[in-house]
Design a protein around this ligand. Structure first.
Ligand code: AMP
Ligand code: MG
Length: 332
């Protein structure tokens, strides 16, 4: 029996999850939001610091475990915003000292993929679309490899930035999805796929110019944004499926909450000659959360991977620009 507590603090969300033998016992979270403007990293970090005690108590209560039963503390080591990651690191170290238990450093992107397997996916291509990250990841030759990604901004940040420009607060994704449902006319936008990668900043500039022109409705712009950018994501995900020969597509990240993106992915999976199975976790596991950190933390703890004990904890640090393919995978 293993019980792992996981701490997520890479960006806007502070979350604590508890997992016992692959089963999620608690997954509590709170998100830093703003009425105007985007994330201010130092403010988001203060939010995380402020919420720790309350969420920690709530997670322990919900899971019905005793804190002495925790075998290790997992935390998001990277990638993410340094001030936010540092809160997670500090809390993990404090708990480690107090409970006399080791710390496991977990890669945030790989955690999204591993927890997605709760849906039944075994060896998927993951389309991971969140605020800061947009990657197509799959396991190949001993590592999680990035088969395609954004060359500039993440798709969530792209949507949020456009929403902000149109007078909507953060996060903009859900509001844009609602507006898009009211859109009627498709407005041509640049379509920017470069091999396996995509770029979004040119489309953002183009959209802003269209807002400025006053010629288009917000609804049509939101609709056209979704149709164009989601098609780019689906195209690159499909190419990764063809390239790897894998038969499962898994979604991860907050933007995957979007029902139109889910629908477009499903259609692609069904239309492929050799059918691809489509998997999408529930919302609480799509968005940033502590349960996924505990989930991968347990797998890594049992594989003795990236563990820090009293002897070496002074070497433990965050890795704000950690890459998915930097991770040594010794648990498969
Ligand atoms: P994450 O970083 O994975 O927690 O995801 C946060 C991002 O997901 C933000 O940029 C949100 O705007 C975006 N998001 C959340 N819900 C939706 C939605 N329904 N449609 C599009 N984007 C969304
Ligand atoms: Mg994420």
């Amino acid at each position: 029996m293993t019980i792992i507590l996981g701490i997520e603090s890479t960006a806007h969300t502070f979350g604590i999850g508890i997992v016992k033998d692959g089963k999620i016992l608690a997954n509590v979270r709170d998100m830093y939001t703003t009425e105007q403007g985007g994330i201010i990293p130092s403010e988001s970090a203060k939010h995380h610091e402020r919420l720790f005690e309350e969420l920690y108590k709530k997670a322990i209560e919900t899971s019905k475990i005793k804190e002495e039963d925790i075998d290790a503390i997992a935390f998001s080591q990277g990638p993410g915003l340094a001030p936010c990651l540092l809160v997670g690191l500090r809390k993990a170290k404090e708990l480690s000292l107090r409970l006399n238990k080791p710390v496991v450093g977990v890669n945030h992107c790989v955690a999204h993929l591993e927890v997605g397997k709760i849906t039944g996916a075994k060896d998927p291509v993951m389309l991971y679309t969140s605020g800061a990250n947009t990657q197509i990841i799959a396991y190949a030759s001993g590592k999680y490899r990035v088969f395609g990604e954004t060359l500039d901004i993440g798709v969530g940040n792209f949507i949020d930035n456009f929403a902000r420009y149109s007078g909507i607060g953060f996060p903009g994704g859900p509001a844009i999805e609602k507006l898009a449902k009211e859109g009627k006319d498709y407005i041509e936008l640049p379509y920017k796929v470069k091999g396996m990668d995509i770029t979004l900043s040119g489309i953002l500039t183009n959209l802003k110019q269209k807002v400025e022109s006053g010629k288009y409705s917000k609804e049509d712009l939101a609709y056209s944004l979704q149709e164009t950018v989601f098609a780019m994501l689906v195209e690159t995900a499909e190419r990764a499926l063809a390239h790897t020969g894998k038969k499962e597509l898994l979604l991860g990240g907050g933007v995957a909450c979007n029902s139109r993106l889910q629908e477009m992915c499903k259609i692609m999976c069904e239309e492929r000659e050799e059918k691809v199975k489509f998997f999408c976790p529930e919302r609480s596991l799509l968005v940033d959360n502590g349960a996924m950190i505990a989930f991968l933390g347990e797998i890594m703890f049992n594989a003795n991977s990236n563990i820090f004990t009293k002897e070496n904890i002074k070497d433990l640090d965050i890795n704000a620009s950690e890459r998915t393919d930097d991770i040594e995978v010794n648990w498969k």
